[in-house]
Design a protein around this ligand. Structure first.
Ligand SMILES: Nc1ncnc2c1ncn2[C@@H]1O[C@H](COP(=O)(O)OP(=O)(O)OP(=O)(O)O)[C@@H](O)[C@H]1O
Length: 459
């Protein structure tokens, strides 16, 4: 029987029998039912989920009767626990063809893995596949990747910090997904320090502190986001301190994120700070232009929207505060274009994102600024840059300035030519092409150009 096929022979749906959720339910049942019952359940090939119902198909009535009399309640309890809501279990014998048809009506939706991820509070979009890795987050990403290969063995704890909206949560969720992809039964808790604190108090109110401890002390990977929210919460810090110690001594992996490095987390106990600092601390910084362009292109694809190259460059250059804002700007432009039925031109983008630009107080990127920055870098006079000197340094500087003016401003080639006191726009085009070509072969030149570019656009 083909597990990937549903009743209608449609191969696009995934049955619960293949899913991580069913594996988790079976895993939970392993210790609770006898071996024969476990073998029976493990051998079943058709198990489906639909809106709070699990349909388990058995080859005949003997299996059906066994499950119903021996283990039905236990399955239900495990399923409720794993899914986090009440589910109803239906046992259907495949010999009884008519019941199969009724239960699996065309509205019946097979289980999707997103149900499982929602249960873990993971955003389905925050995977490594959707994460753009640039200079700003490369170290943090590599550290997370290394940790997934070797849970608890290296970089424990891993402490990731950076300003708001720079992708810390995305990285934490991506790590959890990556661990689950390698081992679907890994016990993972992702939570924020705030949720951890509220959860603790609700367990305390119910007199269930032991259950709370058990829950957190049993994990293979604990990810706590926004750890700065532990500041001032003394009771929560005490509880977290003990959980941390237990997990650490058991060699379980802990990953924390914060908007500050540990040393700046005033209001968190010293003993916790020293533990946060005992593993690897990595920073996520603001993305450079190239990374912002790549993120913009990725988000456009996710949002199914297309902008011209000019608009992409404009967004990436001008939205400087966070990746969240970058994403917000793309969404705004998309909404504007849909509502007004107009394509997004550079002028439209400028108008729609006016308030974002005001916040960012962007210094306009003019040909004059580029010329000045190039002169600073090469330590030459503007007269030398604009003159006709053929010495190597002046020629390189001039060509780089022409290349950057073409790449980073909206000026036409003729207009750029005027800024360089040239009559012919082909001078600019030739210089720009030459630098572009040379950068592919000459790493030192590429490094120089990138450095100047960074200075011009860095936030
Ligand atoms: N490198 C990246 N590639 C793709 N998307 C990114 C990247 N960095 C951030 N994002 C996106 O930016 C948005 C904000 O990221 P996220 O919530 O992870 O930031 P954060 O650092 O956790 O922020 P906060 O400190 O406010 O909690 C998300 O939609 C995320 O997908």
């Amino acid at each position: 029987m083909d597990l990937g096929k549903n009743n209608a022979g449609n191969t696009s749906n995934v049955s619960i029998s293949e899913s991580k959720l069913w594996q988790s339910i079976l895993h939970d049942l392993r210790e609770k039912i006898d071996n024969t019952s476990y073998m029976i359940l493990n051998s079943l090939e058709e198990v489906y989920y639909s809106e709070g119902n699990i349909y388990i198909y058995t080859p005949d009535n003997i299996y059906k009767n066994w499950i119903e009399t021996e283990i039905l309640e236990t399955i239900e309890t495990s399923a409720n626990k794993v899914i986090g809501r009440n589910v109803k279990i239906h046992i259907i014998s495949l010999k009884d063809k008519s019941s199969k048809k009724t239960k699996k009506s065309k509205n019946s939706k097979n289980f999707e893995e997103t149900d499982f991820y929602q249960y873990l509070s993971l955003n389905p979009k925050y995977t490594f596949d959707n994460l753009i890795v640039g200079n700003n987050n490369k170290v943090a990403f590599q550290a997370c990747l290394a940790v997934t290969e070797n849970l608890g063995k290296i970089y424990n704890p891993l402490f990731i910090y950076g300003d708001v909206g720079l992708g810390k949560t995305h990285l934490l969720h991506g790590t959890a997904y990556h661990v689950l992809a390698k081992n679907s039964t890994a016990k993972i808790i992702y939570t924020t320090a705030d949720t951890f604190a509220s959860e603790l108090f609700s367990y305390l109110e119910k007199g269930m502190i032991l259950e709370f401890r058990k829950k957190y002390r049993e994990v293979d990977l604990l990810l706590i986001d926004d750890i700065q929210f532990l500041v001032g919460k003394e009771r929560t810090q005490i509880e977290f301190y003990h959980i941390f110690n237990v997990l650490y001594s058991l060699g379980k992996q802990i990953i924390l994120s914060s908007d500050q490095p540990p040393s700046k987390l005033n209001g968190i106990e010293k003993r916790l700070i020293s533990r946060f600092s005992s593993g690897l601390i990595v920073e996520i910084t603001k993305p450079d232009l190239e990374t912002k362009i790549n993120i913009t292109l990725k988000k456009m694809k996710e949002l199914n929207v297309e902008f011209s190259r000019d608009v992409v460059l404009f967004i990436a250059k001008t939205v400087n505060t966070s990746v969240r804002e970058l994403e917000g700007s793309i969404k705004r432009l998309k909404a504007y274009s849909e509502i007004m039925g107009r394509p997004i031109t550079l002028d439209v983008a400028r108008t729609v994102l006016k308030d974002v630009l005001e916040v960012n107080e962007v210094q306009p990127l003019t040909v004059e600024r580029i010329q000045k920055e190039v002169c600073n870098y090469f330590n030459i006079d503007i007269k030398e840059l604009l003159g006709n000197s053929r010495n190597k340094k002046s020629v390189t500087a001039r060509q780089i300035a022409m290349y950057l003016s073409k790449e980073l401003t909206d000026e036409s080639l003729s207009s750029i030519a005027r800024y360089f006191h040239k009559k012919d726009h082909t001078t600019i085009l030739n210089a720009a092409n030459k630098i572009k070509e040379m950068m592919e072969k000459d790493r030192k030149l590429k490094y120089t150009v990138d450095l100047i570019k960074d200075k011009l656009i860095t936030l």
